[in-house]
Design a protein. Sequence first.
Length: 134
Amino acid sequence: MMKSIITITVLITVLIIPSLLIALETAPRISDREIVERLTRLEEGQKNLEKRFDDLRSEMNSRFEAVDKRFDILQWMLGLFITIALVILGFVLRMQWQMHRRQTRIETILETHKDEIAFLKGLIEKLLPPKGVL
């Protein structure tokens, strides 16, 4: 029994290992010159990418500056509108205060007139002869 297991194991090993070795591919030899050429191309590509990034960065900065200018204009406009609104509100409040002052003055004058009319009415009633006399 032990011999059969060893035989099967050896047989499987003999059949599988060569197929695994065939699956490995040997890489072609690259010369130093080809390595240097590829590295120089990579370095040039890297420089081109850095230049593109710098261009994009400068374009983004110019756009941010344009947006900042627009926000500055918007800030000035908003400040102007708030100032105008506060001036109008102040004008309306002053007009209301003045009208309230006038109303209180007129009310005091009317109260005084009412008292004077009541006094005069009382005098007239005293000066009139009684109703059954004439």
